[in-house]
Design a protein around this ligand. Structure first.
Ligand code: AMP
Length: 221
């Protein structure tokens, strides 16, 4: 039977959570659940959720806990989560983490591991400012660290590369302040639960992936 991974990736914006979550999805067949991606799609599609969340995303502020908690509670009940999940961008506040504990308990599930990816501030800013996302296939790239053959065009599918609105300099500062105030306390929350593994998030994608796999050694079964 394939291993079932139930993981949380914790770390500031630009820590590489999305990239590592995509790799873990391939490794374990678990679904990546990125609240940021879900919200961005809802905003683009102008759904009721998107209309509610749009302004928060633009400012780099957190969407209210109750909105996100309901979204995750529904998402984790969908069939594809039975093969495991990698939470990327959730939880982001203590109330969200407490609610996740309750949701998982109701589903008779527990987390295998919470991976905290640590990256110094100057590296984060460099990464976020150059980060690009393909409009068509969602692949992530970087203008300096992963330049595409033709600037602005995705190597993988030829789609147009876009910069996220909230990766602009003025919003990055706000997102980092929000992270320090509201999300960083989750490291201690999960350390107390004994679920935490910390990894150095500086280096190549492959280096960090190797550290992730070492940190998970024996935890996913
Ligand atoms: P991300 O792609 O994870 O950096 O998320 C982008 C934006 O989506 C954040 O700056 C928030 O506005 C919103 N968001 C994503 N996840 C959450 C969450 N768990 N709680 C509140 N807001 C969130």
């Amino acid at each position: 039977m394939a291993a079932s991974a139930r993981l949380v990736l914790l770390g500031p914006p630009g820590a590489g959570k999305g990239t590592q979550a995509q790799l873990l999805e391939q490794e374990f067949g678990a679904v990546q659940i990125s609240t940021g991606d879900i919200l961005r799609k809802a905003v683009a599609d102008q759904t009721p959720l998107g209309k509610q969340a749009g302004d928060y995303l633009k400012r780099g502020a957190l969407v209210p806990d109750d909105v996100i908690i309901n979204l995750i509670a529904e998402r984790l009940q969908q069939n594809d989560c039975a093969k495991g999940f990698v939470l990327d961008g959730f939880p982001r506040t203590i109330p969200q983490a407490e609610s996740l504990d309750v949701i998982l308990k109701k589903l008779a599930l527990s987390l295998n591991c919470v991976l905290s990816v640590q990256v110094p501030r100057e590296v984060i800013i460099e990464r976020l400012a150059g980060r690009r996302t393909c409009k068509k296939c969602g692949a992530l790239s970087h203008v300096v660290f992963e330049p595409q053959r033709q600037p602005g065009v995705c190597d993988r599918c030829g789609g147009e590369l876009l910069q996220r609105d909230d990766d602009r300099e003025e919003t990055i500062a706000n997102r980092l302040t929000v992270y320090d105030a509201q999300t960083a306390p989750l490291v201690d929350y999960y350390r107390r639960q004994g679920a935490l593994r910390e990894i150095d998030g500086v280096g190549s994608i492959g280096d960090i992936r190797a550290r992730v796999m070492t940190a998970l050694g024996g935890l996913v079964s």
